[in-house]
Design a protein around this ligand. Structure first.
Ligand SMILES: *[C@@H]1O[C@H](CO)[C@@H](O)[C@H](O)[C@H]1NC(C)=O
Ligand SMILES: *[C@@H]1O[C@H](CO)[C@@H](O)[C@H](O)[C@H]1NC(C)=O
Ligand SMILES: *[C@@H]1O[C@H](CO)[C@@H](O)[C@H](O)[C@H]1NC(C)=O
Ligand SMILES: *[C@@H]1O[C@H](CO)[C@@H](O)[C@H](O)[C@H]1NC(C)=O
Ligand SMILES: *[C@@H]1O[C@H](CO)[C@@H](O)[C@H](O)[C@H]1NC(C)=O
Ligand SMILES: *[C@@H]1O[C@H](CO)[C@@H](O)[C@H](O)[C@H]1NC(C)=O
Ligand SMILES: *[C@@H]1O[C@H](CO)[C@@H](O)[C@H](O)[C@H]1NC(C)=O
Ligand SMILES: *[C@@H]1O[C@H](CO)[C@@H](O)[C@H](O)[C@H]1NC(C)=O
Ligand SMILES: *[C@@H]1O[C@H](CO)[C@@H](O)[C@H](O)[C@H]1NC(C)=O
Length: 551
């Protein structure tokens, strides 16, 4: 791959761009201007991250604490942003140290596919060597250009006055390179290759933004044009049914909203992004407003990509947004969010805190006022489309009631596991109920390329149009504090389950546990696996129907 990058800094006009260092938009944030909820989000997350900071290295230790004191790049940059937002004592100097370290380690060889990406950890061997082969989403992650790049832009927009001119120059160089590197990305159907299609909402929104912002800032009209063109593809996909292609995910709806708020806040009026961003945020929240169950503190299913089965037990980015909007105690977080599964995402908190007032201003008042108490039984329906993985649009129906929700989507796709080809994160049919002690769930483990669903009050009908005698219906079901060992559906606390359909109704039941059982935990959750097979002599279209009633 051959790209032309000018080598002399001055030829980019960086020096003059600094001299006229007015942000593209007139925004300023400081701790004093944050709402009480945003302020507590910033300060509590920073208190937690302070414990992980290794000032000598100028990086955060990896949060998992199971990494022999190795460090981690992405969370370090988020922490650096938080240091600038807090700006007490030596905070700004430490932030600058981290930023310089991370950019120093940014890949610098234009011929490599990971050019201008940021390292995963400072300890790693050079990517793409015999000892450390390039493995996308493993030894390098193309989305990190977006995660780090968007944060660096927020640094320039909000806190440039707190860092030195040479570091500002370095940040702009880093963004120039990251934009170039992101231009190498394009979608492939092969799971081991890059998968950045416009439908891959969260990184595509970040890519368009970084390119649009950097192009304007550095007078690189090609970058500006390319960002605008990519954004236009994302927008027309969204406008088909006013939905994100990567739909309803506790984690990734949070990233997409982050990106859309950046579109809305930091780009000038001549951008398609600043024009479309606000209405995309609004429409996305109109869906969330119907899917969020304030009593159960969960976004009802189906989930295109989930990092858990109950938002009260894993840390979702949506929960951080809910914290800014309705308060921590009304979100799905426990008092110490760092103890929850997927807690590394807590490090996004400083960015969300600083964006929260802009974000809030884009959410319809009627949606905001509905986030704190359950509106009553209702049915939500929507459609979304993720080409080229979806052959036709997916159709979503979700029924919500006081203690029981049922959400599912019909799809017809080219691979198993949804567009991300991940059986563990695609949850196309999800039931959640309140047992009285906790939120539990039933989730269809995806094993087919197509599914037709019917959802109604207490009713879930699953059909495999491409299925056959070998098809299975595997339902992943939560565990129960009051009933650690179960023998069948009759043992589920608080829920009556009646199963019918043309599958062989004598099912197998097994346990996926941390310390044993037939299988492993999924996304840290221990599960019961209820699996139905088809009768030996079956011909036709496999079907399973669940009738559900809370007790
Ligand atoms: C960008 O281009 C405009 C118009 O050509 C010019 O007025 C401006 O000085 C340039 N800015 C930088 C930073 O080069
Ligand atoms: C940007 O990439 C060029 C090579 O194209 C490299 O010489 C330069 O050091 C890079 N800058 C940064 C900040 O990584
Ligand atoms: C901008 O794009 C045009 C058309 O693709 C190309 O001819 C030109 O060389 C590019 N300019 C830069 C500075 O990359
Ligand atoms: C939580 O929600 C209740 C009820 O709407 C509200 O009175 C309270 O202020 C909220 N908490 C915070 C911290 O915003
Ligand atoms: C979703 O609905 C549309 C419009 O009715 C239809 O064309 C499409 O085939 C449906 N998708 C699936 C997977 O059934
Ligand atoms: C389930 O859905 C299939 C396909 O749409 C339909 O033929 C069947 O009658 C439905 N079963 C029930 C019990 O509603
Ligand atoms: C059922 O379909 C799958 C996937 O297309 C195929 O691999 C399998 O051989 C089929 N089984 C039968 C019994 O036809
Ligand atoms: C669920 O159980 C079935 C039958 O034992 C098994 O084939 C399948 O792999 C299990 N699924 C998971 C996700 O553990
Ligand atoms: C249904 O499954 C049970 C248990 O595996 C088995 O004994 C029975 O033969 C199956 N029935 C049919 C019709 O395949």
């Amino acid at each position: 791959m051959r790209v032309v990058v000018s080598t002399a800094l001055v030829s980019w006009g960086l020096a003059s761009s600094l001299a006229s260092a007015t942000p593209l938009s007139s925004s300023s944030s400081s701790m004093g201007s944050l709402s009480p909820n945003a302020r507590s989000l910033l300060l509590e997350s920073m208190d937690w991250m302070d414990d992980y900071y290794d000032s000598k290295a100028g990086y955060l230790y990896d949060f998992s604490a199971a990494t022999a004191l190795r460090h981690e790049t992405r969370s370090s940059v988020w922490y650096a942003f938080g240091l600038l937002a807090r700006n007490q004592g030596g905070d700004a100097a430490e932030a600058e140290k981290i930023i310089r370290n991370v950019i120093h380690a940014q890949f610098k060889v234009p011929a490599e596919q990971w050019y201008a990406d940021y390292q995963k950890e400072p300890e790693e061997p050079y990517v793409g060597t015999e000892v450390y082969p390039a493995s996308i989403y493993n030894s390098w992650d193309p989305n990190w250009r977006g995660f780090v790049g968007t944060t660096l832009i927020m640094v320039m927009e909000e806190y440039a006055h707190l860092i030195s001119a040479p570091t500002q120059e370095l940040v702009l160089q880093s963004l120039f390179n990251a934009t170039k590197g992101d231009e190498y990305r394009f979608g492939n159907l092969d799971k081991d290759k890059d998968n950045l299609y416009p439908a891959y909402s969260n990184p595509s929104i970040m890519r368009a933004f970084v390119s649009g912002w950097t192009g304007r800032r550095l007078n690189e009209s090609n970058m500006t044009r390319s960002g605008e063109a990519y954004a236009s593809e994302i927008i027309s996909l969204f406008d088909r049914a006013e939905t994100l292609s990567e739909f309803n995910s506790g984690t990734y709806t949070g990233v997409s909203l982050f990106g859309l708020v950046l579109w809305s806040k930091y780009l000038p009026a001549d951008s398609v992004m600043s024009t479309a961003g606000p209405r995309m945020v609004k429409a996305t929240w109109e869906s969330i407003g119907q899917l969020w169950h304030p009593g159960m503190r969960n976004m009802a299913g189906p989930w295109d990509r989930a990092y858990g089965y109950d938002m009260n037990r894993y840390l979702s980015l949506m929960a951080l947004w809910f914290w800014t909007l309705i308060g921590k105690e009304n979100s799905s977080l426990i008092s110490k969010p760092q103890v929850m599964s997927h807690m590394a995402d807590y490090a996004w908190a400083p960015l969300f805190a600083v964006l929260s007032s802009t974000h809030r201003s884009l959410i319809p008042a009627s949606v905001l006022s509905g986030l704190s108490s359950f509106a009553g039984e209702h049915t939500f329906s929507a459609s979304t489309y993720y080409p080229p993985f979806d052959l036709v649009p997916r159709n979503i129906t979700t029924w919500l009631s006081g203690r029981l929700t049922i959400g599912a989507e019909s799809f017809d796709e080219i691979s198993v596991g949804g567009p991300s080809q991940s059986q563990e994160s695609f949850n196309p049919a999800v039931v959640q109920w309140d047992t009285g002690r906790e939120i539990s769930f039933i989730s269809l483990y995806p094993t087919e390329t197509a599914l037709q669903v019917e959802v109604g009050p207490g009713h879930l009908n699953l059909t495999y149009p491409r299925g056959n005698r070998s098809s299975v219906f595997s339902l992943m079901v939560g565990t129960f504090v009051e009933k650690p060992t179960i023998a069948g559906w009759a043992d589920l606390p608080g829920l009556k389950v009646d199963v019918s359909g043309n599958a062989n109704l004598s099912y197998s039941l097994s346990f996926n546990g941390e310390y044993g059982g037939s299988g492993s935990t999924i996304r840290d959750f221990e599960l019961w696996n209820f699996t139905y097979t088809m009768p030996e002599d079956f011909s036709g279209v496999p079907n399973l129907v669940l009738n559900l009633e809370v007790q």
